[in-house]
Design a protein around this ligand. Structure first.
Ligand code: HSE
Length: 436
């Protein structure tokens, strides 16, 4: 049978992985497909840097138009990252009826309706398995394996860099900067590592997951996003003593018509299935009304794991081209139909650490403010005592409304009872613990 040709735009870390897979695993892919999936063009502004893989010079070009305009190339891989010109290239290729495969979560999160709309209305189709969870087939799980379910909740560790940093801080006592530098050296971090650390990358991915899972469009700007830069070694240590670990969690829940979507550092019990997901690994815990709990785990970043997901989309599209299937029959709901719960209304138990002078009346003053804001304290610990210096006072609260916690902490921060702004980490118990 005739080959199906692929053009790759963007020859960076993931682009090089895709090229490597298409060349080195060509025989196994052909065996499974029944026809060859052929790398026909690789476009990048820089085609001279050594990417550690031999590509025939005739395939290399600095002009993305040579991929998009070529009628013999029905499948285009967009791996240049960023919003523009990635958006324009993607729309142009979809408009020509081509299949476009992208790993670009920022592009999808910002232009979800436009891109999915173009894919559904035009002759082309869009594949984005690689945009969330690297090599983990979570998009396929939501679109196909779990299609019969109403999805109830998603709890995800979906940023490898921040997971790596928190794991190394917690296990080796590394400081934040050293752990980040290591993640960058290993090629996990975004070009702008701010996106990893401030939760932006996880929010992009959660926008995609929640939009698919809840059949709505969850706008990026409605996802509450808080990163890990406020987490100190002392909080990780105390969390461990209390039987918890701290993870940057992406949480999405459907309650009635409304949808909750948020990204923030979260304390989870050490028996929780997500608690042992360390280093750069990602995991997505999805609960469906029919299937119950499911867990997907794997490498969420890196050249070959991400390339694995890109090539999976290419193979699916190539098959569909050969069988005359045309665009994906899967319908993505593009309307913003379901209201998003404002963060102020979300309720969580909290870990709150105050740094306070060690003198009579401090605890009473703090707990008085919390009580006035209807925040109920579940336990209190005070650590250490050194003459003249502030001591950490940690309170675990029962489930409390976000707006009340913020108001109480603002009030406490403005008083003489603390020497630094209080640190608050939300807790997810949610009955999702493993049975151990
Ligand atoms: N910077 C991302 C991460 C890479 O650390 O997970 C994959 O999206």
């Amino acid at each position: 049978m005739h080959e199906v040709k692929v053009g790759v735009i963007g020859f960076g870390t993931v682009g090089a992985g895709v090229v490597r897979l298409l060349l080195q695993n060509r025989a196994v892919i052909e065996k499974r497909l029944g026809f060859p999936l052929t790398l026909a063009k690789v476009a990048d502004l820089d085609v001279t840097t050594d990417r550690g893989i031999q590509v025939p010079a005739s395939l290399l070009t600095t002009d993305a138009g040579e991929v998009i305009e070529d009628p013999d190339i029905p499948l285009v891989v967009e791996l240049i990252g960023g919003l523009e010109p990635a958006r324009t290239f993607t729309l142009q290729a979809l408009g020509k009826g081509k299949g476009v495969v992208t790993a670009n979560k920022a592009l999808l999160a910002h232009h979800w309706q436009e891109l999915c709309g173009a894919s559904q209305e035009g002759g082309g189709r869009l594949g984005f398995e690689a945009s969330v969870g690297g090599g983990i087939p979570v998009i396929r799980a939501l679109r196909e394996g779990l299609v019969a379910n109403r999805i109830e909740s998603i709890h995800g560790i979906i940023n490898g860099t921040s997971n790596y940093i928190l794991t190394r801080m917690s296990e080796e006592g590394l400081d934040f900067e050293t752990a980040l530098r290591r993640a960058q050296e290993m090629g996990y971090a975004e070009a702008d590592p701010g996106l990893d650390i401030d939760g932006g990358d996880a929010a992009h991915k959660l926008a995609i997951l929640a939009s698919l899972a809840f059949d709505t469009c969850v706008p990026l700007e409605k996802i509450y996003t808080e990163g890990i830069s406020g987490i100190s070694l002392i909080d990780l240590e105390i969390a461990r003593e209390l039987g918890y670990v701290v993870k940057l969690l992406a949480v999405a829940k459907a309650g009635g018509e409304r949808v909750e979507a948020r990204v923030h550092p979260t304390m989870i019990p050490k028996g929780h299935l997500l608690a042992t997901v360390g280093d750069v690994f990602n995991a997505i815990y999805i609960r469906g009304d029919a299937v119950g709990p499911t867990l997907l785990y794997g490498l969420g970043a890196g050249s070959l794991p991400t390339a694995s997901a890109v090539v999976a989309d290419l193979v699916e599209m190539a098959r569909s081209i050969r069988t005359g299937g045309g665009p994906s029959p899967f319908r993505i709901t593009l309307e913003e139909e379901r209201p998003i719960v404002p963060m102020e209304e979300v309720r969580c138990p909290c870990y709150i650490r105050f740094m306070s002078p060690d003198r009579p009346g401090i605890l009473a003053a703090i707990s008085g403010v919390l009580a006035r804001h209807e925040i109920s304290i579940a336990s209190v610990i005070q650590r250490g005592r050194e003459a003249g210096s502030a001591v950490p006072i940690v309170m675990m609260t029962h489930s409390a409304r976000e707006a009340s916690v913020r108001a109480a902490l603002d009030e406490i921060a403005g008083r003489q009872v603390v020497t630094a702004p209080p640190v608050c980490i939300r807790v997810e118990e949610s009955g999702e613990e493993s049975s151990e």
